[in-house]
Write a protein that binds this ligand. Sequence first.
Ligand code: PAF
Length: 280
Amino acid sequence: MKLAKTVAEVKEAVRQWKKEGLSIGLVPTMGYLHEGHKCLIDRAVKENDRVIVSDFVNPIQFGPKEDLASYPRDIEADCKLCEDSGADIVFNPEVEEMYAENFTTFVDTTGVTEELCGKSRPTHFRGVCTVVSKLFNISEADRAYFGQKDAQQLAVIRRMVRDLNMNIEIIGCPIIREKDGLAKSSRNTYLSKEEREAALVLSKAINAGKKMIEEGERDGDKVLSEMRKIVEQEKLARIDYIEMVKWDSIEIHHKVDQPVLVAMAVFIGKTRLIDNFIWE
Ligand code: PAF
């Protein structure tokens, strides 16, 4: 497995693979890889001849008061996980390699970015769409793999690919959870022991909402109100949002009468965690 630091190194490998008629899978990540990422990489390895894992903490998707500086990094451990999983390249560029000094081109997807995380983090998806577009161009991948934990991100990227006629298949993979239900996230490492315990309130609320719908509840507001009640009982938790939206358009929706995404962002202490379920 190769650790590539430059765009040119990745492009050179891609040129060779294309010449040989090999298919390419891309797993875009910000590193500090966990079981959730491993599932994406495993699937990419299974479905493609060659796999590139990008490992890049993308500064332009963080707001000015967010955790860019403290975002966890461990490139050695990441390379080991990628190598053990059968990836071919880990692409770990410096910021200057991805963004030249006079970088002025951005990809901005509207509509699907207006609610949920797009509302709380107004410049976030512009940063995500821009870096993901660059990664698609650099890797010329046939398929790219994204986790459903960032469900809105998955919807936004699917929309961008459709709207801009990008020649790539987007594959969404299920949320991977710890044994006790907490969705795996690199940001879980920020939690103290007490906060880690408190964070279980997210999956507790998710399970409760899902169960209500499974048992026949079709009034979205009742489902959300029960979920909010559960989260509010935890004193370390502060709700950013708990909402139901149409799964394709990410518009607020109040009835379970079509595929819906029920999504939440909750601060546990200073750490903002997200979780969701999709009802199809
Ligand atoms: O989901 C992530 O880790 C990031 O948003 C992504 C897709 C790698 C873009 O930086």
